[in-house]
Design a binder for this molecule. Structure first.
Ligand code: G6P
Length: 616
């Protein structure tokens, strides 16, 4: 949700900033802007729309300079136009600032600044920051760093900031609270990013800023960090870490789009998520990061899973896995609802927060709430060093590698893989699973990557089905049991990237409303694999056919009954019922992908969305 890049050093800043923005564009693409330090002035270029539009605009303009800040925006306050695009300038044009987050008390701050004669050019919450810092500096006659510290003491909300100033052309000021920001340390320069993608090409030595940190980077004077929560504002020792990311991971690798690359990476990301967690004899599943808390988890009265979007769907799959294998009750919560409804949380509850990015504001708020109630808080997350990874007591990484396509694919199957391993490991410790069932599931889990590879051979067939779906304005996805969340995820993928209205439903619920929508225009995508409720799903499909709906089914290889009733059918390899989501999700991802391509949509950057939702 908004991407931040900054550079200061001996190199030309502009190409580094633009490449960085392209790599952060998944965080928002409503507008883009760049501010460059050119001798004793700040030069500013901003454009509505994607980064490529800013680049076209800058092509014939002076983009020289060795220090700069750049921003790609996902609009929160004010429509996506050039006035509202970042960077924002102080009235005297001596300070430029970019921001990711939300300033919650911006209205009262703005009122006060207006009363004191400041003029605002944008409708953003961000602009108050630049005026406030400017005012603090002039009023108190202090350095920019001091002015930032003073200004931030008046600010409520979340922010990652990068600030450039004409008066200190040899330094950048950075600040973080609630939104991610990391500094890459080069030989004689500094690279700043909302994540590692703009940095990895130049250095793998990084410092993740903590909440409350205000950092000053200067090629001559190095890096200094202070924290606004420290009343003495003492200097902090930077915690240098190795950036766990490679350039290859964030490039398209010959694929047309990131989303297709990431769909095809799933056999590998599932293997990587299992690697080292199932021992050679297959008699122990163990997640290293959870060992210390296993006892608490096995003895928990209840699990609460908090997540958003696709991660919430992975949480729903986990509910079936944990309840069925570990026999401990699970509640799955939208993190955004959980945080505001004064939930009952006991100290013997275990909250599992699931997040690909590890930066989703609502999920982080749920973590904070559970910690304050004394619950054990576990994180399942994909981004090493993210806020979730740092704020939870223990956890497990999903090892899916960077996911750049805004619609989540490989992160979902990696999350389900890790949650399956977690359920197996806890069931084993608790003694709630028989040896034979345990071995059956472990063996089948290890065969999932190869099963997904077999689904890829049907891509052309899925393309044909997509031709049909692409002409329809609506679609209904049906599933039962552990495949109900897969139906939700299939519908989410289709609406996110193709803008076709889609709903996911538990198949039996269709009678209680959605059946009224069925006519000969409505495609029904039904997951009807071999499972306990197979016969019931068959009856639900018959109800659709009786109303002239068109059935597209996902069935187990060799099925003839449902296949015979369907206009189109996708067969998936025989899989243990509890593991079918890992396989059944894949053809639905491919279906949504091809429908979106046919409809001419930008699959990697669907309209209005952002990948990392670091604001509420
Ligand atoms: C956004 C993304 C989704 C993602 C959700 C949760 O809405 O577009 O793809 O599932 O956020 O993100 P998280 O990083 O917490 O998994």
């Amino acid at each position: 949700m908004c991407g931040i890049v900054a550079y200061i050093g001996k190199k030309e800043a502009y190409p580094i900033l633009m490449k960085g923005l392209e790599r952060l564009e998944y965080r928002g693409y409503d507008s883009a802007g760049v501010a460059l330090m050119q001798s004793d002035t700040i030069t500013l270029y901003k454009k509505r729309g994607k980064v490529s539009e800013l680049e076209d605009y800058c092509e014939q303009r002076d983009t020289s300079g060795h220090a700069g800040i750049a921003h790609t925006r996902w609009a929160t306050h004010g429509e996506p136009n050039e006035q509202n695009a970042h960077p924002h300038l102080s009235e005297d044009h001596r300070i430029a600032l970019i921001h990711n987050g939300i300033i919650e008390n911006y209205l009262s701050l703005k009122k006060e600044l207006l009363n004191r004669g400041y003029k605002f050019l944008s409708e953003t919450d961000t602009e108050v920051l630049v005026h406030l810092i400017n005012e603090m500096q002039q009023k108190n006659n202090v350095s920019l760093e001091e002015a930032v510290l003073l200004a931030l003491a008046n600010v409520e909300g979340t922010y990652a900031l990068a600030i450039l100033s004409v008066d200190n052309p040899d330094q950048l000021i950075l600040a973080k609270k609630g939104s991610p920001l990391l500094i890459g340390v080069g030989d004689d320069d500094f690279f700043v990013g909302s994540d590692g993608a703009p940095i990895v090409e130049y250095t793998n030595k990084v410092v993740y800023l903590d909440d409350g940190d205000v950092a000053v980077v200067s090629p001559d004077k190095g890096l200094r960090i202070r924290n606004i929560r420290d009343e003495h504002a003492l200097l902090k020792k930077p915690n240098y870490q190795l950036l766990e990311m490679t350039l290859e991971q964030i490039e398209k690798g010959g694929f047309e789009t990131y989303m297709l690359k990431e769909i095809y990476e799933q056999p590998k990301s599932i293997r990587d998520s299992m690697r080292g967690r199932i021992n050679l004899q297959k008699d122990i599943v163990s997640l290293g990061g959870l060992i210390e808390y296993e006892h608490k988890m096995v003895n928990a009265k209840r699990f609460i899973i908090a997540a958003c979007g696709t991660s919430w769907h992975a949480g729903l799959v986990a509910e079936y896995l944990i309840e069925s294998l570990v026999r401990i009750p699970v509640e799955v919560e939208y993190a955004s609802e959980f945080r505001y409804r004064n939930p009952i949380i006991y100290s013997d509850d275990v909250l599992i927060a699931i997040s690909q990015s590890g930066e989703t504001a609502d999920t982080l708020a749920a973590v904070d709430l559970a910690k304050r109630h004394g619950a054990t808080v576990i994180g399942i997350c994909n981004v090493v060093g993210s806020t979730l990874a740092r704020e939870t007591m223990a956890g497990s990484y999903t090892h899916a590698g960077p996911e750049i396509g805004v619609a989540s694919t490989k992160a979902f199957t990696a999350q389900v893989t890790v949650l399956t391993l977690m359920a197996l490991s806890l069931a084993q410790k608790k003694g709630s699973i028989s040896k034979s069932k345990y071995h059956q599931l472990v063996n089948d889990l290890e065969s999932i990557p190869e099963k997904i590879e077999r689904i890829f051979t049907q891509e052309e067939h899925i393309q044909k089905i997509a031709q049909f779906v692409a002409t329809r304005p609506n679609a209904i996805f049906l599933g039962r049991g552990i495949n109900y969340p897969v139906a939700l995820e299939g519908a989410l993928k289709l609406k996110e990237i193709s803008y076709i209205h889609a709903e996911g439903y538990p198949a039996a619920e269709m009678k209680h409303g959605p059946i009224a929508l069925i006519d000969d225009h409505m495609p029904i995508i039904a997951i009807a694999t071999e499972q306990l409720t197979y016969d019931k799903v068959v009856s639900n499909i018959q109800e659709v056919i009786a109303r002239k709906g068109t059935v597209i089914s996902i069935v187990t290889e060799g099925d003839t009954t449902v296949k015979g009733m369907s206009k189109f059918c996708i067969e998936i390899p025989v899989t243990e019922e509890l593991l079918t989501p890992l396989v059944a999700a894949v053809p639905l991802q491919l279906l949504a992908y091809h429908v979106a391509l046919i409809r001419g949509c930008d699959v990697d950057k669907p309209r209005n969305l952002a990948k990392s939702v670091s604001v509420e």
